[in-house]
Design a protein. Structure first.
Length: 257
């Protein structure tokens, strides 16, 4: 199998999403080349080994929060964010490697999903801990942890969606508010609205880049960085609550049945 055939095989299920998201397409092009090297020269490496690396990085980032180096805390926070971004690439590599080797396991799917659950909490814990070291604001810190918790709920709704769709198909239930996939009309929102959407955890790479900028800003203007941090935390909590309680039940939950 040459590189083009390999690319077509591992990117096949992702082409539609790649066509509509430039950052996602860039990440996929990066992960593709890493996966190709692993596939050609390290065939003994399994997708589960790659997923295990994600777990290691996650817990390493978490424990970095307990290293007390106040003078270098901003540098440490940026290192944490870079490591977390690395996980977004690794998450693509394990899936691509799985498709390349036709190697799918139940445990692999479970561990991959578990990484997605741990990720938002450790992400927001790290952000909250960075600002807590300077502000000592427990309410703000716990609010950030709350955001991490409800982000996990948002991720878990994927499993809920699959369960509900399976129940509908299995029991042949007549659903009054069923939304047909063919009736779905994709809206292209204005750029400012899309930008606000990108800053929520639904597209966590953009949120991560936002906080890299906020951490850099905190070195020179800490007060402004704190304002951006507070506004983002409150805004994201509201958006995710809206998504969980209104948007998903009305639009997302049943649209692929």
């Amino acid at each position: 199998m040459d590189f083009l055939e390999f690319q077509d095989k591992v990117h096949g299920p992702k082409k539609e999403k790649m066509s509509g998201d430039r950052l996602y397409r860039l990440e996929r092009n990066i992960s593709l080349r890493i996966t190709w090297v692993l596939y050609k020269f390290f065939p003994f490496i399994k997708p589960n080994n790659i997923t295990a690396l994600s777990f290691f990085i996650l817990f390493f980032v978490f424990f970095l929060n307990f290293i007390s180096i106040t003078n270098w805390s901003a540098v440490l926070a940026i290192v944490q964010l870079v490591l977390l971004y690395l996980i977004t690439i690794i998450d693509k590599i394990d899936g691509e490697l799985s498709r390349a080797h036709n190697y799918v396991t139940q445990s692999g799917m479970y561990y991959d999903y578990t990484v997605h659950l741990f990720y938002p909490f450790i992400f927001y814990f790290s952000i909250g801990h960075y600002f807590y070291m300077f502000l000592n604001d427990q309410i703000l810190f716990y609010t950030t942890l709350l955001l991490g918790a409800i982000s996990i709920i948002l991720v878990s709704l994927r499993a809920t969606t699959l369960f509900i769709c399976g129940e509908i198909e299995k029991k042949n239930i007549e659903i009054r508010d069923l939304i047909s996939q063919r009736l779905k009309i994709k809206k292209i929102w204005p750029l400012p609205i899309r930008f606000l959407y990108y800053l929520t955890f639904m597209l966590y790479a953009w949120t991560l880049f936002f906080y890299v900028g906020v951490i850099f800003l905190s070195i020179y203007n800490f007060s402004l960085a704190v304002i951006l941090y507070k506004v983002h935390i409150i805004y994201t909590i509201l958006v995710i609550i809206y998504t969980i309680l209104w948007h998903h039940p009305k639009k997302k939950l049943l649209q692929k049945v």
